[in-house]
Design a binder for this molecule. Structure first.
Ligand code: ZN
Length: 405
C-alpha cells in the first residue's frame, strides 16, 4: 500500500463525519479520529432505513445513480460522483489486471448494462481503462454471444456462471465448437465457482471444460463500489487496499483468525458520495494474508460460502447450505435436490435433504459425513416434488435451499 491505512481511514472518517447526516449523528462530539474497530457496525437494514442520509454531497454533484438489492421491498439507491466513477473504473482496471487481461484483449461483457445495475457499468469502465476491445452482448441471448464469438474472436468473457452454462448448452445444440473457440478466459460474477478450498466446484468444472477457458471468480458489492478478482493462482480475490478495508468478524463482532470463515465487514476509502464504514455485507468468507503466488502482497478473500442468515446450526456444529449443495452436486446418481432447514430449538436446526435420482442411501450418508461433517435426514422423492420446491410461483431463480426457520 503506498498510502498508509491511518491516513486513508482518517480521510474517510473526517469526510463522513462532516458531510453525511447519518455519520454526523454517529460521530457527534467526536473530534479526534477513533480506532476503526471502535466504530459501530452498520447493516443493510440501516442502509435501507437511512438510505439518502449516507449521501455526503449535494445532488448536483451526482453523475450516476444505481440500485442495490434491497432486504425488504424497494432496492436501495446508490449514488456516485464523477470521482466515484473514476474510482470504480480504477477498481475494475486493477481487478481485470489480476486476471491477466491487458489492452490486446477483446472481451464480451455478457452482463446487463441497464436495469440500474452497477456491475455492467463497472466492467465496461474498467475494461476501457485497460484499453481492451469491448463487445456489450448483455446476457439476454446465448445465440448473440455465440454469433459475436464467431465474428469478433474475443479472447475473454465476463458473465454469470449460469449464463455461461446456458451458452454452452446452446453451443452443443447448434454444433458450435465452444471448447476450441477464441475465448480463453472467463471472469465469473455473482455465483460461486469454487468450493471452500481452492478447487473448482461442479459448476466451475463444467464451465472450464465446455468453454476450454480458464475461469476467474470475482466478488463485488454495489454499496462498496468495489470488486475483488482472482489472479492466475485462483487463491482468493485480491483486495485493493487503497480503496477498501476488510474485516472478517464472528457472530459477536470479534475478528476471526486468518483463514477462518466469518462475516465480511467493509470500509470504503476514497468514496465521495456515499462512503460506508464497517458495513456488514451479510456474506461469509475467509481472508488470507500471506503473499500470493502471483507476487501480490494484498490480502485475498476466499469464496463466499453463504449468507450469514443462512448459516445452519446442527448438533453442535455450524455449516452453510452451500457445503451440502457442493457435496450433493458431486454425488453420483443425484439428479436434483433441495435442502430444507427447520428450526428445532434455539441451538439447533433440523436439516432434511430431498433427492431425486438413483442413489445408494448408505453411500450418500457416508459421503455427507465425510465431506460436510454431518448426516442430515435424506429422503428420495419425485422430480415433480423437487421442482415444486425449487421453483414455487413467487420465486424467480431456481433454489436448492428452502429456509423454513
Ligand atoms: Zn494472486
Amino acid at each position: 500500500m503506498s498510502r498508509p491505512f491511518a491516513e486513508l481511514w482518517s480521510e474517510t472518517f473526517r469526510h463522513a463525519a462532516e458531510h453525511s447526516p447519518f455519520y454526523r449523528e454517529v460521530f457527534r462530539g467526536m473530534n479526534s479520529v477513533p480506532a476503526l474497530t471502535n466504530v459501530p457496525l452498520v447493516d443493510k437494514q440501516t442502509l435501507s432505513a437511512r438510505n439518502l442520509d449516507f449521501l455526503c454531497v449535494p445532488r448536483e454533484r451526482i453523475v450516476e445513480i444505481v440500485t442495490t438489492s434491497g432486504t425488504t421491498g424497494q432496492p436501495l439507491l446508490w449514488m456516485l460522483t464523477e470521482s466515484d466513477v473514476k474510482r470504480l473504473a480504477e477498481n475494475e482496471r486493477l481487478s481485470f489486471a489480476c486476471a491477466g487481461l491487458a489492452a490486446n484483449d477483446t472481451l464480451l461483457v455478457a452482463v446487463a448494462m441497464d436495469r440500474c445495475f452497477m456491475a455492467g457499468l463497472a466492467y465496461w469502465l474498467g475494461l476501457r481503462e485497460l484499453g481492451c476491445g469491448i463487445v456489450r452482448t448483455g446476457a439476454a441471448s446465448p445465440m448473440l454471444v455465440l454469433d459475436m464469438i464467431e465474428r469478433v474472436q474475443p479472447t475473454a468473457i465476463v458473465a454469470v456462471p449460469s449464463f455461461l452454462r446456458l451458452v454452452a448448452e446452446k453451443a452443443q445444440e447448434t454444433g458450435f465448437d465452444l471448447a476450441n473457440c477464441s475465448v480463453k478466459k472467463a471472469v465469473c460474477i455473482g455465483e460461486p465457482i469454487r468450493d471452500g478450498a481452492w478447487t473448482l466446484n461442479a459448476s466451475g468444472r463444467a464451465i472450464e471444460s465446455a468453454w476450454g477457458a480458464k475461469i476467474y471468480s470475482t466478488y463485488g458489492v454495489t454499496e462498496l463500489a468495489n470488486s475483488l478478482c482472482e489472479c492466475d493462482a485462483g487463491a482468493g480475490g485480491h483486495l485493493h487496499d487503497e480503496q477498501l478495508h476488510l474485516e472478517i468478524l464472528d457472530d459477536d463482532g470479534k475478528p476471526v483468525a486468518a483463514g477462518e470463515i466469518g462475516e465480511v465487514v467493509a470500509t470504503t476509502f476514497g468514496v465521495e458520495a456515499m462512503p460506508v464504514i464497517r458495513y456488514r455485507t451479510g456474506d461469509c468468507a475467509a481472508i488470507f494474508r500471506e503473499p500470493c503466488a502471483c507476487g501480490r502482497t494484498t490480502p485475498r478473500l476466499g469464496p463466499i460460502v453463504g449468507r450469514k442468515h443462512q448459516k445452519l446450526k446442527f448438533k453442535g456444529t455450524s455449516l452453510f447450505p452451500s457445503t451440502l449443495a457442493a457435496v450433493l452436486e458431486e454425488s453420483e446418481g443425484v439428479e436434483s435436490f433441495v435442502v430444507i432447514a427447520r428450526k428445532e430449538s434455539e441451538l439447533s436446526d433440523s436439516i432434511e435433504v430431498l433427492i431425486h435420482g438413483s442413489v445408494s442411501m448408505l453411500g450418500l450418508r457416508e459421503v455427507m459425513q465425510a465431506r460436510a461433517k454431518i448426516t442430515p435426514q435424506i429422503r428420495l422423492v419425485s422430480r415433480a416434488e423437487i421442482e415444486a420446491l425449487q421453483m414455487p410461483p413467487q420465486v424467480r431463480k431456481r433454489r436448492t435451499f428452502v429456509d423454513l426457520r
